[in-house]
Design a protein around this ligand. Structure first.
Ligand code: FMN
Length: 178
C-alpha cells in the first residue's frame, strides 16, 4: 500500500457510519431539527442507537429537557434542506417553516416525525451517563416508521468537509449479522 499521512482531523470521514439524519426535538414554541450523522447502532432489539449531540447545539437542551427525539432519515432529494438544517440554529430559525418540511405528530414521543423522510424512528434517551463527557446519548427506538414504497432509498453519507456519498446499489451476501 502506498501511503501518506492523513490528518487525524479527517479520520472521521473514513469511518463515519450511517446516513445523515434529521434529529427532531419538541420545543415550547415550536419543534426543532438538526442534521445528525455521528450515530451508531449499539443493539439489535430493542434497538439502541448511540448519538452524539454537541452541547453547542440548541437541540442539546431540548433533548436533555425532554429525554426524547426522532431520528428521521432523508434521501438525497432532501440533501440541501438537511444540510441547511445543519447550518443554522433552532434558537432563531423555525426550521420546519424555513426549509419547507412537514412535522407530523409521533405516537410515543412529543418530537415530530418528518413527513418527507422515508423512515422515522421515535426515540427515548435510555442512558445519559456519557452525555457530559462526550455528548453521547444512548437512545432506545420505541417505535419505527417506514414508507413501504421506499425501495433502495438513496440515503446520503457524510464523508467530511461538505462531501457526501449517495447510497448506491444493494448487494446481498451470506452474513451472520441479522
Ligand atoms: C452533515 C451534517 C452532519 C452533522 N452531524 C452532527 C452530529 O452528528 N452531531 C452534532 O452535534 N452536530 C452535527 N451537525 C451540526 C448540527 O446539525 C448543527 O450545529 C445545527 O445547526 C444544530 O442545530 P440546532 O442549534 O438547531 O440544534 C451536523 C451538521 C451537518 C451539516
Amino acid at each position: 500500500m502506498n501511503k501518506i499521512h492523513l490528518p487525524l482531523s479527517e479520520v472521521y470521514g473514513l469511518l463515519e457510519p450511517g446516513p445523515v439524519a434529521l434529529l427532531t426535538t419538541a420545543g415550547k414554541a415550536r419543534p426543532n431539527m438538526m442534521a445528525q450523522s455521528w450515530h451508531t447502532m449499539m443493539e439489535f432489539e430493542p434497538p439502541l442507537v448511540g448519538c452524539i449531540v454537541s452541547d453547542r447545539n440548541y437541540s442539546y437542551g431540548l433533548i436533555e429537557a425532554n429525554g426524547e427525539c426522532v431520528i428521521a432519515i432523508p434521501t438525497v432529494e432532501l440533501a440541501d434542506k438537511v444540510v441547511g438544517c445543519g447550518n443554522c440554529s433552532g434558537a432563531v430559525t423555525d426550521k420546519f417553516a424555513a426549509f419547507g418540511l412537514t412535522p407530523v405528530p409521533a405516537v410515543e414521543v412529543a418530537a415530530p416525525l418528518v413527513a418527507e423522510c422515508f423512515a422515522n424512528l421515535e426515540c427515548r434517551v435510555a442512558d445519559r451517563s456519557m452525555v457530559e463527557r462526550y455528548g453521547l446519548f444512548v437512545l432506545e427506538v420505541v417505535r419505527a416508521w417506514i414508507d413501504p414504497a421506499a425501495q433502495n432509498p438513496k440515503t446520503i453519507h457524510h464523508r467530511g468537509r461538505g462531501h457526501f456519498m449517495v447510497a448506491g446499489k444493494t448487494i446481498t451476501l451470506d452474513s451472520n449479522a441479522k
